[in-house]
Design a protein around this ligand. Structure first.
Ligand SMILES: [Zn+2]
Length: 368
């Protein structure tokens, strides 16, 4: 005879029950120190608890009062299962199955919740890497479609120069910077009185005529080009688009549906506002590009400084820095690069700067 610990609940008893010990002898259940003796035919088994891991033995007394005996622990449940008479075993085995079933369900649910939280944490933590990865999955041919679609819109606005002396000089500087690239660059000038330059996906670089007029030498233009080229090389537009288009697009690309993505994101190509991180990256890698091409990188700091000064006077005419925040901070970062990584072997560009400027068609309202 093995005793088990339990809590007795019943009519007129305190809500928390009374701790007792009990035991089976043959078909009968006895409770220590209580005038209670029950036959197995009076007993029924039920389960309780959040995880269905509590075992109750229930009965009604002769006055129809409900009583229940709750096993104190899983060890006590084992004693009940092992010592209960055969008549209760079928109920106990059913409880056993139900209990295990619930336990499995709760276990699975718990594992699912933990997995979900973990996956979300990794996804958020690795978000920038995910965006970069997705951007890398997009083939150059898709980029070309996006870039050409955006260029068609810009051409429709008018003022695009695609050939002539100034374009030859621009391409000469640009090709020096982009030697060895996977992209086929296209160099264009837009007649526009705002000081601006921008890059479209797949290597379309558009420089406003006012920017060329404002630059003092070819090295300053080269610095702007090197920066814009890095927006292309690092696929910043695509990253922007993916970022802006949200998870539906990320998921579509992950699932291999690039064609669908093109339609979703095509209309966003024109937007050329990049995050501070992407701008800093374009500056830093642009600087390295200039050094690699043996072009004096001083122009990067001097042109930005000039724009910072001018922005005090003509903020509206300087789109390139209004789309590029924290100009003075950028100047400071580039000056730091000039100190840390000077280019002693860099040479002046072999470009007749004045005749390039003069080759540009005059704009009557061009701000001086
Ligand atoms: Zn930029």
């Amino acid at each position: 005879m093995q005793k088990f610990h339990a809590t007795l609940y019943g009519y007129h008893m305190p809500a928390m029950g009374t701790a007792v010990s009990a035991y089976f002898v043959g078909q009968r259940l006895f409770i220590d120190n209580m005038p209670i003796e029950l036959h197995s035919s009076q007993l029924s088994v039920s389960v309780g608890g959040m995880e269905h891991d509590e075992l109750f033995l229930n009965w009604c007394d002769s006055e129809e009062t409900q009583w229940a005996l709750k096993a104190a622990s899983t060890a006590d449940i084992d004693i009940i299962v092992n010592s209960a008479p055969a008549a209760l075993q079928s109920q106990l085995s059913k409880w056993h199955q139900r209990h295990r079933h619930h336990k499995t369900l709760w276990g699975l649910l718990g594992a699912a919740v933990i997995t979900f939280v973990f996956v979300m944490a990794v996804v958020l933590w690795q978000y920038q890497h995910m965006v970069s990865w997705v951007a890398k999955q997009i083939p150059i041919s898709t980029e070309q479609q996006l870039g050409q679609a955006a260029l068609a819109q810009i051409k429709a606005e008018g003022g695009i120069i695609e050939s002539g002396k100034a374009i030859v000089a621009l391409a000469k500087i640009g090709n020096k910077i982009t030697r060895g690239s996977n992209y086929q660059y296209q160099w264009l000038i837009k007649q526009d009185e705002t000081v601006n330059a921008f890059a479209l996906p797949s290597g379309i670089i558009v420089v406003h005529s006012a920017l060329i007029q404002k630059a003092d030498n070819a090295e300053e233009l080269a610095a702007v080009l090197a920066h814009e080229v890095q927006h292309v090389e690092q696929r910043h537009s695509l990253k922007n688009i993916i970022h802006g288009a949200g998870w539906a697009v990320v998921l579509a690309v992950v699932l291999g549906d690039v064609s669908g993505v093109t339609a979703v994101i095509a209309h966003q190509v024109g937007a050329s506002y990049f995050s501070r991180e992407l701008e800093a990256e374009a500056d830093k890698l642009g600087y390295a590009t200039l050094v690699k091409a043996n072009i004096n990188p001083d122009g990067m700091a001097s042109f930005l400084q000039k724009l910072a000064d001018l922005s005090q006077q003509q903020p509206k005419a300087l789109a390139w820095i209004s789309s590029h925040p924290d100009t003075l901070e950028r100047v400071a970062d580039i000056k730091q690069l000039l100190k840390e990584q000077p280019c002693d072997s860099c040479k002046p560009l072999n470009v007749d700067w004045q005749s390039m400027q003069q080759a540009l068609p005059k704009i009557e309202h061009l701000k001086q």
